[in-house]
Write a protein that binds this ligand. Structure first.
Ligand SMILES: [Zn+2]
Length: 288
């Protein structure tokens, strides 16, 4: 049944896929063709103590971590672009001419569109317009995914692909992977109750997070929560002792990680409000 179903996520760094790792594991097990695009290797990320990496080697280390995480969730296709991580907003790395933030948007969109035409996803997933928390690479990949969603099916867009033997492909739904506001609030309350300091970047996050009403789709991944944790642990360089994740007890995290939430943002098949399946309503090409 799932042999022609295809799911694609468009992200920026190794570990961005953590918000959807349970869904990816779930659909991979059902035989869905799964693809993740990573716009950079995350060279500018942190290096947790004890991890054998330097700023020079971090890109390679994080690529290996991403491959480890991908293997855990049974991912079929991982694409990594050659752009450099742009770093958090306002940092000097934003100005590096090799970085994703400085790249031409149409050039990035062409690369994503090519992969859409290769892997033929009915369903695409990316960041919301704010990239979750304003990271310039997240915003760039969001824009490229949005363009690719509308352009991949249009023969006038990037006609060189067609000359190279690819066909146009029309994805049916594009989701943003978002956390509802109440989940943020619960998270902050938990930290406060435990007497843990809320990091600067997280203050105000609750207000910025989208209201629960925008969530159209909740995927039950409780069966995959342990696998989700294992795939997260692959990203060892990003799990220093001061990160919020490291401060949450395993049981709490496992219970938080049982449901992944999405907002249907672009659709060629009407609206959605209370779905439990990203492929709800999808009609496979050539089938009725
Ligand atoms: Zn990221």
């Amino acid at each position: 049944m799932s042999d022609h179903l295809s799911l694609m996520a468009i992200y920026a760094h190794p570990d961005d896929e953590q918000g959807v790792s349970g869904s990816f594991a779930k659909y991979a097990r059902q035989g869905v063709n799964t693809t993740i695009i990573c716009g950079t290797r995350g060279e500018v990320g942190e290096i947790a103590p004890g991890v054998d990496a330097t700023p020079e080697t971090l890109g390679q280390v994080r690529e290996a971590e991403m491959r480890c995480a991908a293997a855990k969730i049974g991912l079929r296709h991982l694409y990594m672009f050659e752009y450099r991580d742009s770093g958090m907003v306002g940092t000097p790395e934003n100005n590096d001419e090799r970085c994703l933030h400085q790249a031409d948007l149409i050039e990035v969109a062409e690369k994503v569109t090519r992969i859409v035409r290769e892997q033929k996803p009915q369903v695409m997933i990316t960041f919301d317009a704010w990239g979750g928390y304003g990271h310039p690479d997240h915003i760039q990949m969001h824009k490229a995914a949005l363009l690719a969603f509308w352009l991949a099916g249009d023969a006038r867009a990037f006609p060189e692909h067609l000359k190279q033997g690819l066909e146009t492909w029309t994805p049916q739904k594009l989701y943003f992977n978002v956390w509802p506001r109440t989940r943020f609030t619960a998270y902050m309350e938990y930290l406060q109750k435990e007497g843990k300091e809320i990091p600067e970047w997280m203050v105000g996050f609750g207000q910025r997070a989208l209201p629960d009403e925008v969530i159209t789709t909740r995927v039950d991944v409780s069966e995959f929560a342990k696998l989700k944790l294992e795939s997260l642990q692959c990203h060892a360089s990003q799990l220093g002792p001061n990160t919020i994740f490291s401060q949450i007890p395993r049981e709490v995290w496992l219970s938080m990680a049982t449901r992944e939430t999405f907002m249907l943002a672009e659709s060629r098949m009407g609206r959605a409000s209370d779905e439990t399946d990203l492929f709800e309503g999808i009609v496979q090409e050539g089938k009725e």
